[in-house]
Design a protein around this ligand. Structure first.
Ligand SMILES: CC(C)(COP(=O)(O)OP(=O)(O)OC[C@H]1O[C@@H](n2cnc3c(N)ncnc32)[C@H](O)[C@@H]1OP(=O)(O)O)[C@@H](O)C(=O)NCCC(=O)NCCS
Length: 170
């Protein structure tokens, strides 16, 4: 997986710049690895991707990776990929991370919105993700953006259960 060279996602800064919140969305790249790893560890304990896993994901041809910048600082990021299961092609959100100092400013909402836009542009009609059953902040976020529960994932996170959510992008 790591040998693939990831194509650059073309983002137009003028389209993705939110003047009120000063949030700018940009493509991830491997030069940002240390900061992304730092945020990942601030966001998750035992489930955090390792630096090596993040490096592989960022470099993977199939990964859609976006960062959110606030006044030029990396405040958060999201990684997704396109999966095919039982003849259904869908976007799969792998992680969405916002550094604690930047939360409740609409950053996760914006990252998800932009990922969904990229998926729609690729004619992907559905987006799915897993979330811890007790992650109230994330569940509220996903519910607000229209994701609905399609299954329970027993002991998906060690002893903790997960939920499987999906959203139609049509
Ligand atoms: C979940 C997370 C990504 C939200 O990021 P954020 O940038 O703070 O979220 P936003 O500001 O875009 O919030 C959007 C909506 O999500 C919900 N939300 C976000 N944080 C919340 C919290 N702490 N408590 C309750 N609802 C919350 C609210 O509905 C919010 O809308 P509102 O502000 O109008 O009420 C962030 O808390 C985080 O990084 N957590 C650790 C990593 C994680 O759990 N990622 C998700 C894994 S599935």
């Amino acid at each position: 997986m790591c040998q693939w060279k990831k194509p650059k996602i073309t983002l137009s800064p003028s389209l993705f710049h939110d003047r009120h919140m000063d949030i700018e969305i940009a493509d991830v790249n491997i030069q940002l690895l240390d900061r992304l790893c730092e945020i990942e560890n601030q966001c998750f304990d035992q489930e955090a991707f390792t630096k090596q896993q993040l490096a592989c994901l960022i470099s993977d041809y199939n990964t859609i990776g976006l960062t959110a910048l606030v006044n030029g600082e990396i405040a958060g990021f999201a990684l997704a990929r396109v999966n095919i299961r039982r003849n259904v092609t869908f976007g799969h959100i792998l992680t969405i991370d916002v550094a604690p100092a930047y939360r409740r400013k609409g950053i996760a909402q914006k990252l998800l919105h932009e990922i969904e836009t990229i998926l729609r542009e690729r004619d992907i009609k559905e987006c799915r993700l897993e979330v811890r059953e007790n992650n109230a902040a994330a569940l509220n976020l996903y519910q607000k953006l229209g994701y609905t529960k399609i299954g329970k994932l027993e002991k998906y996170y060690g002893t903790a259960h997960g939920l499987y959510l999906k959203k139609s992008l049509q």
